[in-house]
Design a protein around this ligand. Structure first.
Ligand SMILES: *Cc1c(COP(=O)(O)O)cnc(C)c1O
Length: 310
């Protein structure tokens, strides 16, 4: 991984400005709201969305430590595992995916891609998987796989942690926009790491609406709060738009995603970005967003996971 930072693809992912697109729908027009979307999903055909931002500093750290492989954790539909396998393939870094649950006879397209891209998959049961943050457990796992902590860099599940958040501080800078032009910024939140990075990069301008995609996500406010250096209050977690919980969908959500696609040509996924946009839609329709507001939404990617619906 020595020459990672000079790799043309690394530089391209790092420096290419991302498109910002004006979004027009009947409900936005009726409410006289201007909506722009920062398309992290268009970063690269295989490395999509916020996961690159979360992984980037882990990769740099791994290179600095002289590691020659990357290991991380995820479920069968994990966007993080998918992006990591793609990055490994493109940058020629061996990757190992520790996958929750048993190997299925009909693997998900996510895992099929990952293996095709050379990721070594290692399945562990759900009980063991819960220990993924414990150093002893990780050590044992590495030994079992014939690896050492000197040679193999372990990225936390989802690419989170302080380094993941640091990478997400660059998200708003990745598009040709001035984030200060927007009164509100909306994004989807699973662990809160991406939101924490985005909030940290705002210096108080814009209200950040972080839409929790899981049920009972009141913990997320503390989780994000602990990563903010300064006393910042320009953010809130939206806990009402999870549509029955993580990975779950409702007919209304799926109909909304479909209608949004018909009106804009933009695909949203059902786990993250669909819930974020559906939440914003409900707030707009309820009259909770003032007229003439300028809103930025972040399309964080995740479209590979939509293959679960087909
Ligand atoms: C992982 C993911 C998120 C959530 O990121 P967190 O940092 O865990 O909050 C949002 N959108 C997409 C598409 C993702 O894959």
């Amino acid at each position: 991984m020595k020459n990672l930072l000079n790799h043309p693809l690394f530089q391209q992912l790092q420096n290419t400005p991302l498109p910002v697109q004006r979004v027009q729908t009947d409900w936005l027009e009726q409410a006289s709201i201007q909506l722009d979307m920062l398309r992290l999903d268009l970063l690269h055909p295989q490395v999509s969305g916020n996961k690159w931002f979360k992984q980037k500093h882990h990769l740099i750290q791994a290179a600095e430590q002289g590691c020659n492989c990357l290991l991380s954790f995820g479920g069968a539909w994990s966007n993080h595992i998918h992006a990591l396998a793609a990055v490994g393939n493109l940058l020629k870094i061996p990757t190992i995916g520790v996958i929750r649950g048993e190997r299925s006879k009909t693997p998900s397209p996510t895992l099929i891609d990952a293996e095709r891209w050379g990721m070594q998959l290692h399945f562990i049961n759900r009980k063991d998987y819960r220990q993924k943050h414990q150093p002893d457990f990780v050590q044992k796992l590495l030994t079992e796989l014939g690896l050492s902590t000197d040679s193999c860099y372990v990225i936390p599940e989802g690419g989170s942690g302080a380094l993941g958040i640091k990478g997400c501080e660059m998200i708003l800078q990745s598009g040709a926009i001035n984030p200060k032009d927007y009164q509100q910024i909306w994004l989807a939140s699973g662990t809160g790491a991406t939101s924490a990075g985005v909030i940290r990069s705002t210096q108080g301008h814009s209200q950040i609406h972080s839409v929790a995609v899981l049920k009972d996500a009141n913990w997320m406010t503390d989780e994000i709060g602990q990563y903010l250096k300064l006393q910042q209050n320009n953010w809130q977690v939206e806990t009402d738009f999870h549509c029955k919980g993580y990975g779950k969908t409702t007919p209304e959500l799926l109909a909304f995603i479909d209608d949004f696609y018909q009106q804009t040509g933009i695909l949203l996924d059902q786990v993250y970005t669909g819930k974020m946009m559906f939440g914003l839609y409900q707030q707009v329709c309820a009259g909770n967003v003032k007229i003439h507001r300028k809103i930025l939404t972040i399309h964080s990617g995740g479209l590979q996971g939509s293959r679960a619906l087909r």
